[in-house]
Every structure is written in C-alpha cells, then in structure tokens.
Design a protein. Structure first.
Length: 195
C-alpha cells in the first residue's frame, strides 16, 4: 500500500465518519419531531395472510406502522439504539483511519496498535449487540402500544428480537487480529537486533 493509498483511506474514513454521524443525528431528531414509519414485530401466529394462491398459507410476522408521534419511552430506546450503532461504525472508521496513518508512517506494529485494534473490536461487538437489543425492545414496546402484537392474555411473550450477528462476529475477529498485532510486535522486536 502506497502513502497515497493510506492518505486516501484516512480522508475517506474521516469523511464517512462525519457523514454517518450527521445522518444518525438528523434521523434521531427527525423521529422525535415528526411521524415515523417503523417495521414492528407481530408476536402471534394468529395474524394469518388471506387470499394467497396455490393453496399456500402464511402468517404476518411484521407490520409497517406509521406513528404520528412516538411516545417518549420507545423514542428514547430507538435513539439510544441508533447512537450505539453509530458508535460501532465510528469505532471501525477510527480504526481504519489510525491503521492507515500507521501504514503511511510505515510503523504498523507499535505497542498501541494491538490495543487500538482490540478496543475497536470490543466497542463494535458491545455497541452492535446492545444497540440491536434496545431497538428490538423499542419496536416490541411500540407494537404493544398500538395493539399490533395481538397476543392473548396469559400468553408468555417478552419481545421479538431481530438480531444480526455481523457486528458481534466482526468485533470478535478484530479482537483476534489484535492478538496477531501483539505477535507481530514481538517478532518485530526479536528481529530488530538481527538486522
């Protein structure tokens, strides 16, 4: 990788951080000020689809609901979920920026490199996981408030979780890469006296 490529990665990651943060903040502000359309879970098999051809049967598991004003509780959870997801994105972009900077200066295996990669992976795994849980809690709460969950009294139902393992897996992979950086630092120190 050339110095120009590293500089391009630094500029691109900084621009992406600014753009995604601006979009996240504007989305959070807009959702609290105007009507919002959200996909909410339907937590019962009683919502059957009718009019299907070829003898097919089906059930609705989600509903696109337009809510004029979000109640403060679910709105706060959705806002925190967005903020946590953005924090995970910023952790990855900061990691790209810092590693590109280290590549540009041709000093990659520094004592802080392993720590930066490990910290970025940990932040991504934790914020990505917690953000998704908060988002699912808020959507299930809203489904109950508008009467879309449809479960009968006495049914046990906590909330519907729509979980993407991508942030968790990528975070764990980055933590493993941090171990590779530690090994690379040890090998670099061992070979410094040989040259």
């Amino acid at each position: 990788m050339s110095r120009t490529d590293a500089l391009f990665l630094m500029v691109a990651s900084a621009a992406a951080a600014v753009a995604t943060t601006a979009l996240t903040v504007s989305g959070i502000v807009a959702s609290s000020a105007e009507q919002v359309t959200l996909t909410l879970p339907v937590a019962t098999p009683r919502q059957t689809a009718s009019g299907l051809s070829l003898g097919a049967t089906g059930e609705y598991t989600a509903l696109d609901a337009t809510i004029p004003v979000l109640p403060s509780g679910p709105a706060a959870l959705l806002g925190w979920a967005e903020a946590l997801n953005q924090t995970g994105i910023l952790a990855v972009l900061a990691l790209i920026f810092l590693l590109a900077y280290r590549l540009r200066s041709e000093i990659l295996f520094t004592p802080g490199s392993a720590w930066l990669v490990g910290a970025g992976g940990t932040v991504l795994a934790v914020t990505g996981t917690v953000g998704q849980i908060l988002d699912s809690l808020a959507r299930s709460w809203l489904a109950g408030l508008i009467g879309a969950d449809g479960h009968a009294p006495g049914e046990s139902y906590i909330f519907s979780l729509d979980f993407n393992v991508g942030p968790l897996v990528l975070g764990i992979a980055l933590i493993l890469v941090a171990g590779v950086f530690q090994l690379g630092r040890r090998l670099q120190k061992d070979t410094e006296g040989l040259v």
